[in-house]
Every structure is written in structure tokens, then in C-alpha cells.
Design a protein around this ligand. Structure first.
Ligand SMILES: [Zn+2]
Length: 472
């Protein structure tokens, strides 16, 4: 007989959200310890599980079902298995239930990969949960990588807790086309996760669609150059998450997905969604009639424009040898766009040679979006209670953004400290002086005659810390 009362979970509430509720509403030490450990690492398993499913079920005394049920109903295990073979899927489920090994989920590079999304909220869903359950719950559909909108309410997701601050910072409403792309992405991703599109056949469905459109030839060879170019063009209006735009931008990600599939390795579910969107919507591509049109400048103005853009393009290429095609395109965007529309055949003949690195993995360029958002953030998100200045530690800064260790380490290296509030432990003195000043202000403004112990208590510091660090 259980000594705890486990309150009901919302439909498809994430296991992280359930554990948080259990840790807050019961005395269970196990629940509190598991939640604290999850919070410290800011690194949920499959975006939704705070710990292995068997531990979760032991803590909650199977009140939310056995591990298999929790994995299916309260986690995104199915989402991560979308691009896997039956064998890898089995290994994933095993690892998530009771494994000690790293979960074999495909991932992108650290700064492109999604962080902790377990505390993103749809305001409408939150309102309904508050009415029905009397609390706010987090749903698995909102934890899916790069989803920016609720599939039921079409509202932008918001930050519902410190754990997902970085993810929330990266959600921005953009153009109408970006909204449409993001809403379709959320729709496809949710359908894949909830089986209405059989996950076992997701890749075969994608290859069928792409074979129909001649990207996959009867011989089994891929027309990678066209796939890269058309894929990029199809998503050129962007998404509400800049990382998703980065993934569709270069063509490298789609090529690497195709290569992984050929070797039978798991593909990131996001790539399956994007390829399925591309495969079903590619018919609606602006037909390349314009490019087929031979260039025949009719007026002097057109002739002048043609020469101007061609010479600008050639000189940019000449000034930047050994630079990739996409970088040159970024250096002369206007000339590229004009030539692409009006003189594509000439542009193709005068492209920079493709740079192919031989041996080893092809290096992908990391997105700048994460860096930009973190370094331009003006607000200090680090936890601070009762107005006390927050701790100056990198650990607190990492938690404030809800970032994983590895991603945070990379980012702080690139930014020389993460954001404007990063302070090294060497500034401990400054921090203690600030806390002390604040505490003195609370007990008796302007007075210096307080006992060290009471000042230390208000400053939330150990009594011996004050005399050791501060000179009064
Ligand atoms: Zn909603």
C-alpha cells in the first residue's frame, strides 16, 4: 500500500512534468532526488524522460503504468525511433527502460541540437490544464525538436520554466511563410510520433515520394545535387526556429541523412519530417520556367543589368578563391539572386568549383543563431531569491539557459564566457560584497553595526565567508 498520493497526469503529459509534480506534491525522497538530478543536468532523455523509465515507474509506484506504457504515452521515444531500423528501435527502447549506456539517438552538432524543451508551454493548453487539473502540465507534443507551435491551438510556445529558456528564446514569429512552414513541421512531427503515419515505414515512404520526383533514380542512385538545391529552395522562406532554417539552408544535412540511410544508420527524426514535407509539397515548387528562359535582353536597361551582375559575380569569385559556393553567394547576394532568376545557365557555368573534403566527416558549419541570442540577451536569468544578487557561477548561467554541459562549454568557449553576465569564479569577492551590501540594506539601511551571523544568514552565505572575503 502506497503512502503517497499520486495525482492524475494530463493526457500525453511528459514524464519530466509528472516527476516534477510528484516531487512537489509528495514527500518521496526518491522523486525529489531524481528531479534534482534531472534539473542539474538539464538533459532529459528523448526530450521528455527525466530518468530511465524503470526508475520513473519505481518512484511513481507504477501509478502511471509500467515502463512500456510510460515510454509510449509520456515520452518521445517513438519520435526518436522514427528514423531507425527495427533493430535500433529495439535497442533504444531497451536503453530507455533500464539501460546504463548512452541512448542511441541520432543527434546534430551540439549548438544545432535542441536542448531542454520539457518546460515549453502553449498558453491555451496551460489554461485548459489549469481548469481541469488545477496545475500546469507540459505535453510531449511541445517537447518535439524545433516545434514552435501547438498543433491544436496554433499558438507560439512560451517559456514555462527556467529549464527551457534557451529553447524559448529561439522561438520567434516570423513571416507568414515561416509560420506556415513551422505549423506544417509541427503537424508532420506530431503525426509521426503518434503513429498515424506508421513510423516503421517512414523512411520507405520518404524514398517513395522522392523516387516519384526523380531524386532517387531507378538504379538506386541519388540525384544529390538536385535534391540539395531543391530542398534548400523549398524551405527558403524559413522557420520560426532559426536552427531549423540552418538545417535546411546548406544542403549538407539532407545529403548526410541520405548517406546515413544508405548505410543503415539511424537518421535524425527532424530530417525525416523535413524530407516528408519536401516530398509531399515539392510539386508546389515554383516551376523552373524562368531559368529555362533563354536570356535575351530586350532593352538597354536589361542589357546593362545583365553585364553589371555578371561582372560583379565574376569579380567576387575571383577575389575569393577557395571559398565555398554558398559563402560566395552570401558575399554577393543581389548579383546571385538576379542571375539565378534571369541567367541561370550562365550562373551555373560560372560557379566556383565545389569544395570536397576527402577523408573523414564533412564538417558542418555551426549555426550562429544560438550564439547571437545568448550574447544579445540583456536580462539576467540566473536564479536569485528575495532580490539577492545571483551566484556568479558558470553553473548557474548554464542552468539559467537550461543548457547541457557540452553545448554550454562550446558556447562559452566561442563567446569567451556565456553572455554578458558570465563571471569567472575569480570574481567571488565582488559577488560576496554585493550580497553583503544587499543584506545590510535589508537589516538596517546605512548601518554597519550588525552581527556577522545575521548578515550572513540574510545574504545566504556561510558566517565564515564574510570575514574571509570582505573587508569592512
Ligand atoms: Zn495548445
Amino acid at each position: 500500500m502506497s503512502t503517497y498520493t499520486f495525482f492524475a497526469a494530463a493526457e500525453s503529459e511528459s514524464a519530466c512534468s509528472i516527476l516534477k509534480m510528484v516531487a512537489q506534491t509528495t514527500d518521496s525522497r526518491d522523486a525529489k532526488a531524481a528531479y534534482a538530478s534531472f534539473y542539474r543536468h538539464a538533459c532529459p532523455l528523448v526530450n521528455s524522460l527525466p530518468c530511465r523509465a524503470s526508475r520513473f515507474c519505481a518512484i511513481t509506484e507504477n501509478s502511471y503504468g509500467p515502463p512500456a506504457v510510460v515510454l509510449a504515452a509520456n515520452s518521445l521515444a517513438e519520435w526518436h525511433a522514427v528514423g531507425m531500423t527495427a533493430l535500433s528501435r529495439e535497442a533504444l527502447m531497451q536503453a530507455l527502460t533500464d539501460g546504463w549506456v548512452r541512448t542511441p539517438c541520432p543527434s546534430f552538432d551540439a549548438l544545432c541540437q535542441c536542448g531542454n524543451r520539457t518546460e515549453l508551454l502553449c498558453p491555451e493548453c496551460a489554461r485548459i490544464d489549469a481548469q481541469v487539473l488545477g496545475r500546469v502540465a507540459n505535453h510531449t507534443a511541445h517537447c518535439i525538436d524545433y516545434v514552435t507551435r501547438c498543433v491544436h491551438h496554433d499558438t507560439l510556445l512560451e517559456c514555462g520554466g527556467a529549464g527551457s529558456r534557451l529553447e524559448a528564446l529561439l522561438i520567434h514569429s516570423g513571416s507568414e511563410a515561416a509560420h506556415r512552414n513551422s505549423a506544417r513541421y509541427a503537424q508532420f512531427a506530431t503525426e509521426l510520433t503518434t503513429h498515424s503515419f506508421d513510423s516503421q515505414t517512414a523512411w520507405s515512404e520518404v524514398t517513395r515520394l522522392l523516387a516519384e520526383r526523380r531524386y532517387l533514380l531507378d538504379s538506386g542512385r541519388w540525384n544529390l545535387a538536385s535534391l540539395r538545391r531543391d530542398f534548400q529552395r523549398f524551405f527558403s522562406s524559413g522557420f520560426e526556429d532559426p536552427r531549423l532554417f540552418h538545417i535546411t539552408e546548406g544542403g549538407d544535412y539532407v545529403e548526410s541523412a541520405v548517406r546515413k540511410a544508405a548505410r543503415g544508420r539511424p537518421i535524425h527524426p527532424t530530417m525525416i519530417v523535413l524530407l516528408a514535407m519536401f516530398g509531399t509539397g515539392a510539386d508546389r515548387l515554383p516551376v523552373r520556367l524562368q531559368s529555362a528562359r533563354p536570356v535575351a535582353p530586350e532593352t538597354t536597361k536589361e542589357q546593362w543589368e545583365l553585364e553589371e551582375h555578371r561582372s560583379q559575380w565574376l569579380s567576387t569569385c575571383a577575389q575569393n578563391p577557395n571559398v565555398s559556393r554558398s559563402s560566395i553567394r552570401r558575399l554577393a547576394p543581389a548579383a546571385w539572386a538576379w542571375l539565378y532568376r534571369n541567367d541561370e545557365a550562365w550562373l551555373k557555368r560560372n560557379q566556383a568549383p565545389t569544395i570536397r573534403r576527402h577523408g573523414g566527416r564533412r564538417q558542418k558549419v555551426a549555426p550562429t543563431a544560438v550564439e547571437t541570442f545568448v550574447s544579445s540577451t540583456q536580462e539576467d536569468y540566473r536564479a536569485s531569491k528575495h532580490g539577492r544578487p545571483p551566484l556568479p557561477s558558470a553553473y548557474q548561467t548554464r542552468l539559467a539557459f537550461g543548457m547541457r554541459d557540452h553545448a554550454f562549454a562550446l558556447l562559452s568557449e566561442r563567446l569567451g564566457g556565456a553572455g554578458p553576465f558570465a563571471q569567472t569564479p575569480g570574481r567571488k569577492r565582488v559577488f560576496i560584497a554585493r550580497r553583503e551590501a544587499h543584506a545590510l540594506n535589508v537589516v538596517a539601511p546605512g548601518s554597519f553595526a550588525q552581527a556577522d551571523t545575521s548578515v550572513a544568514r540574510i545574504a545566504n552565505l556561510r558566517p565564515e565567508t564574510l570575514p574571509a572575503h570582505a573587508k569592512r
